[in-house]
Design a binder for this molecule. Structure first.
Ligand code: SAM
Length: 255
């Protein structure tokens, strides 16, 4: 996903210095040096608090160390599985924000219930996830078709839902959170010369599982990387990346 996509909704919701204690359900380290936490820390200011949670402790600690190194000392990190953390409500936040995490959960409804528990009365839950089927190119591109085919096959094998973004409102309702107060759709339409390397990186991350499940072969993957390299000189095509769908809900003042 292009870096930074989807933060518009977060800003539009007015997250700012009045949001003193914030928790992001997932920190950015999964996709860079703590980008999600950094954005939240900018919004809550020096006297606010941002707590990142990720199942991958090494990634989270590395991201936190980068953030502390550049002065974001209001950030902290907790290693844990969102779905198996103790289900108590003692530690609650003005904002619980999960970007690109629900699509990785074994049980999205249970994960959303957990995240909503952490929202203070009057606070907000903001969730953003991809709608992967929108990946497309014009003119049509073998590179994009192969990324899309491989991605869909691997996600099917591992039991993940490529349509999670569009399912979020229904998931909110099933989780007892209620219909979202708002939704937003954001996306990127980028030149192939910029997209080809990103597509190759996505493909590379899928490759171990694609080989294991017999979805591709070493030979076919070599051909893919050659096509992706040549596509970097393509001046004509544009790629529509998976859309990012945001949904949010304000928790009533009294429960
Ligand atoms: C695609 S990354 C998104 C990272 C960040 N939220 C962002 O938008 O840049 C997904 C992250 O979710 C984490 N993750 C997946 N399942 C989790 C779970 N059950 N509990 C906590 N973290 C989880 C992964 O370790 C990974 O860092």
């Amino acid at each position: 996903m292009p870096a930074g996509a989807g933060f518009g909704t977060f800003y539009d919701l007015g997250a700012g210095p009045n949001w003193r204690r914030s928790r992001c359900a997932l920190p950015g380290p999964g996709c860079g040096p703590g980008e999600v936490m950094r954005v939240m820390a900018d919004r809550v200011g020096k006297t606010g608090r941002v707590v990142g949670l990720d199942i991958d402790g090494n990634l989270g600690r590395e991201g936190l160390s980068v953030l502390h190194g550049i002065g974001y000392t209001q950030c902290s990190f907790v290693e844990g599985d969102l779905q198996s953390l103790e289900k108590n409500e003692s530690n609650r936040f003005d904002l619980v924000y999960g970007r690109l995490v629900v699509e990785h959960m074994d049980d999205p409804i249970d994960g959303l219930k957990q995240m909503y528990r952490w929202v203070k009365p009057g606070g907000h839950l903001v969730i953003q996830d991809h709608y992967h089927p929108s990946l497309d190119a014009d003119p049509a591109s073998e590179v994009v078709d192969e990324v899309k085919r491989t991605f869909a096959a691997v996600w099917k094998k591992v039991g993940r839902e490529p349509r999670t973004g569009i399912r979020l409102p229904g998931h909110f309702i099933s989780a007892g959170i209620g219909a979202p107060d708002g939704t937003d759709v954001a996306g990127d339409l980028l030149p192939m010369r910029q997209s080809a390397a990103m597509g190759a990186a996505v493909y590379r991350s899928l490759l171990p599982l694609a080989l294991k499940f017999g979805i591709t072969t070493e030979e076919r993957s070599q051909y893919f990387f050659q096509m992706a390299s040549e596509a970097q000189d393509d001046e004509n095509s544009y790629v529509l990346w998976p859309l990012i769908i945001s949904v949010w809900k304000r928790k009533p003042d009294s429960e």
